[in-house]
Write a protein that binds this ligand. Structure first.
Ligand code: OOB
Length: 542
């Protein structure tokens, strides 16, 4: 069993098993099951139009798993996976599970700062990357990683491997492999983060398989489903809600889009007759406009899932008339809990709420600042526990003590109210995080990077309202001597290996920060100030 994670208490685990939530099967079985049931059906299509049957994908995963074992990778070894939306990701993901290794999923946008940290915390022994993606050479990052974290023995490269191991060469005759314990950790997901450093989320075979199965049922996935992966495959939403894994479990076809742009995505929807896809609100907004200029037949699309940040009621109402498909709002988190509007919900709930919990076993509480339940319908912080919500981050006991209640509820940091139907409306956030169109930025993490600049005495990062992204990032600085300009700060943070989506969109220099009565930086006041300034600039026709 992997150490450093927090399992469910025995009696709770026994109940989840007895009630059928946990089926006691390894996560990779969902591919094997379909390969046995319908070997010739198409499982996967990439952007170039290369097609994999279930039998081919299954066999390839077996051969790659055997190749990984031959390299010495297996038995609970953590392997950082940073691959874009390509078949290499899908093959490697299943191969790692079969080899008994634990994939640690990171986004293609992550850079040295995030990857080094993830490698240190996870104790990863391998790192899988593309050669060059989006103009960035991941082999350079791999070299820096190997210097910084010597436990990383292997670098596996999709494409030109240079001095490293080509992923394509990891191939051997399939061998019988030990079956993992379904109650053990299958993979580690990255959290959006509210503290100085990103946290890792352990997901077990049992819990993730249930997450996928229940999601696929709720979203009506079956063998006629053609799912377009638009968000990064490594994101929980696109991977398992129901996503890529839910589609494969249902015997449908997964289509991989290299980017979420209307050019790429619309062309694939038309070519592959895609029936369902999942996007974040800024992409939904872009698509709603793009139908004006992109000539493509989107008539196959039946369901558009939108989540990651709050979708406004106005664009939500435009989805059916403009795109001709059903909207589903999804309020989820890599930590577990998923809320979906149901396919047969009345339109006011689909447009005006962020859905209701997926599972009858999801327990939710809405509490005030003192931790007391609010009156029904009032707004408070959402706490949750259930059969697919973590009980603790990986190797983070101090943080866990603050983030979980004594009786195992996860403090989501989201402010919600619950309607009599059980649907949740997300009203805001109690956590120190910016949600930039679905991309999560920990204010503290970014502040720590900014504080390393010699021209910065103090830093406070806040969200500022934005029509497309929901919010963008504003960094308030108190200078030490000469304050860096926005451009200088961006260059400095990039040099430190901070992912581009975390870079501040705006920098404001002040003499001192407003303080609360207890002397903390008053971020609410800073947020109000920047919002007022933005609206004044807008009113001035800027
Ligand atoms: C998804 O997962 P994460 O881990 O990137 O972010 C989780 C956080 C939530 O705690 C909440 O603050 C925010 O993202 N969020 C939403 C939302 N969906 C997520 N806030 C308002 N409205 C929504 N619909 O973002 C995620 C994971 C699985 C499925 C969908 C989204």
């Amino acid at each position: 069993m992997l150490d450093g994670w927090v399992p469910w208490p025995d009696e709770v685990a026994a109940r989840y098993r007895a009630e059928g939530y946990w089926a006691g099967r390894p996560l990779d079985r969902l591919l094997r099951d379909q390969a046995e049931r319908a070997p010739e059906r198409i499982a996967l299509v990439d952007a170039e139009g290369d097609r994999w049957t279930y039998a081919e994908l299954d066999a390839r995963a077996d051969r790659t798993a055997a190749g990984l074992r031959r390299l010495g990778i297996g038995g609970g070894d953590r392997v950082i996976v940073q691959l874009p939306n390509t078949d290499a990701f899908v093959v490697l993901f299943f191969a790692l599970l079969r080899a008994g290794a634990v994939p640690v999923l990171t986004l293609p946008a992550h850079r040295e700062s995030e990857i080094v940290h993830v490698a240190e915390v996870s104790g990863a022994i391998a790192y899988a990357v593309p050669d060059v993606h989006d103009g960035f050479d991941h082999r350079t990052l791999a070299r820096a990683l190997r210097k910084a974290v010597p436990s990383v023995e292997h670098v596996l490269v999709a494409g030109e491997a240079a001095e490293f191991t080509p992923l394509a060469d990891i191939d051997a005759e399939p061998v019988p492999l030990p079956v993992p314990d379904p109650s053990d950790v299958a993979l580690l997901l990255l959290s959006g983060g509210t503290t100085g450093k990103p946290k890792l989320i352990p997901r077990t075979h049992d819990d993730y398989t249930y997450n996928v199965r229940a999601s696929a049922q709720t979203c009506g996935f079956d063998s006629s489903t053609v799912y377009l992966v638009v968000l990064p495959t490594a994101h929980n939403f696109a991977l398992a809600c129901p996503g890529l894994l839910g589609t494969l479990m249902a015997g449908g076809t997964v289509v991989l889009s290299p980017t979420p742009s209307p050019e790429d995505a619309f062309a694939l929807i038309e070519r592959e007759k895609v029936t369902v896809t999942a996007v974040v609100p800024p992409i939904a907004l872009l698509w709603l406009d793009a139908v004006e200029w992109e000539e493509a037949d989107l008539s196959s699309l039946r369901l558009l899932q939108v989540g990651g940040s709050k979708l406004g009621a106005e664009p939500a109402a435009r989805v059916r008339p403009v795109l001709g498909c059903t909207l589903q709002q999804v309020f989820g988190m890599a930590e577990g809990l998923l809320n979906y509007t149901r396919l047969d919900d009345p339109s006011e709930l689909v447009v005006g709420t962020q859905g209701r919990p997926l599972s009858p076993a999801d327990e939710i509480r809405v509490v005030d600042e003192d931790g007391h339940d609010v009156t029904p319908g009032a707004t408070g912080e959402l706490l949750t526990r259930g059969p697919y919500t973590l009980r603790g981050y990986y190797r983070a006991p101090g943080h866990n003590a603050r983030t979980f209640t004594d009786d195992g509820y996860y403090r989501t940091g989201d402010l919600v109210r619950v309607l009599p139907t059980g649907h949740l409306v997300v009203e805001g956030r109690a956590k120190d995080q910016i949600n930039r169109g679905g991309d999560k930025i920990s204010a503290e993490e970014l502040e720590n990077h900014i504080l390393a600049h010699p021209g910065v005495h103090d830093a406070a990062v806040v969200g500022m309202p934005d029509a497309t992204m929901g919010e963008r990032t504003c960094a308030y600085l108190v200078p030490r001597g000469q304050a860096p300009t926005h451009r200088e700060l961006t260059a400095f943070l990039t040099e430190r290996g901070v992912a581009a989506y975390k870079l501040p969109d705006r920098v404001e220099v002040v003499d001192a920060f407003p303080r609360t009565s207890v002397g903390k930086i008053d971020k609410k006041a800073l947020g109000r100030t920047i919002a007022e300034r933005l609206s004044a600039e807008g009113a001035g026709g800027d």
